[in-house]
Design a protein around this ligand. Sequence first.
Ligand code: FAD
Length: 368
Amino acid sequence: MKQEIDSRMETIAALEPSSMTPDTVISDSKPPIETDAVIIGAGPVGLFQVFELGLLEIKAHIIDSLAAVGGQCVELYPDKPIYDIPAVPICTGQELTNNLLKQIEPFGPTFHLGQEVTVVERREDGRFNLETSAGTRFITKTIFIAAGVGSFQPRTLKVEGIESFENSQVLFQGKNLVICGGGDSALDWALNLAGKAESVILLHRREEFRAAPASVAKMKALCDNYEMQLVIGQVTGMEANENKLSEIKVTGADGVTRRLPLDMLLVFFGLSPKLGPIAEWGLDIERRQLKVVNTEKFETNVPGIFAVGDINTYPGKKKLILSGFHEAALAAFGAAPYIFPDKKIHMQYTTTSPKLHKILGVETPVFD
Ligand code: FAD
């Protein structure tokens, strides 16, 4: 729960400053990691890219701005069934991700989670410098951008001036809290803090909730016991006192605006995707997607940088997981000459190739 809360907590505005969210630490002291391949994005396609590179004996580092792997499958529909993964009649977004993680186990990729790739630049020696928001640096021969619809960013409250109170504190005891949102994160926080904080008000714009029905029922029971309060309405204004947020104004469906005094405001409005720094790396972009030069290798206009999955565009593109898997296979073959310039790469079957069996750590079957 703690990890989920950390990764989902989007805005905290409060009365007192605090050091809960450390500033990003950019450290030059660690040497850059030298590698053959870096994958940006640990959604289903980024994960499968590890597999396809692994079969060609290319080890990869994989980076995601989120704290968990799985991309849209885990962030947007972990429990919903998917029916169009070849030979898997039905699986949920989370199950697909778990299976992909199992499938790439033999290749031991290194995960760098909770950090956004911010810098990609070509070096004089032809390789790339790559840097993340956490200051992790890489020197890599190839890059696979599997960034989907971009990195997910917290949706924030649209009230003028609220930004100056963001990320300011998290000591809940004895505080009057207002928690905004109708999803699982908002409900989890409200249920957890009811009884611990001085008061908890859950504020949601409508009567229906996206959260698990059991959590909604628990919340309603706590409200019936006067242990917390539910308010339906939209935040339309705020008041500050000596640089501290002191109350928000909430307009209900009846058109009446009421004042909610508070010590802390916690906002859980979910995530929205943003192309972000990718737009600044000199890549051809068409309607927020990366154009690939051809569908033989899925390479971008920058040699050595490949784009796979939802982030890319080409004639006939379909944003489906199975299309991304195909693209990952071809991109791996397309990248191999950058990594092994003197080696001829042959396609082999995992069923029959003893070499691939060795790579996968499995026994070669004996056929009669
Ligand atoms: P994503 O899953 O979007 O993952 C990209 C990852 O890259 C994200 O985790 C993001 O945080 C990370 N990232 C982005 N930018 C950066 C950066 N700069 N630094 C670090 N990390 C970064 N498809 C199907 O085939 N079948 C279905 O039934 C199906 N159902 C769906 C249902 C819903 C509700 C939705 C929303 C989508 C569905 N899809 C389905 C589409 C499918 O989920 C996508 O095609 C798939 O997730 C694309 O995978 P991806 O790996 O390319 O990108």
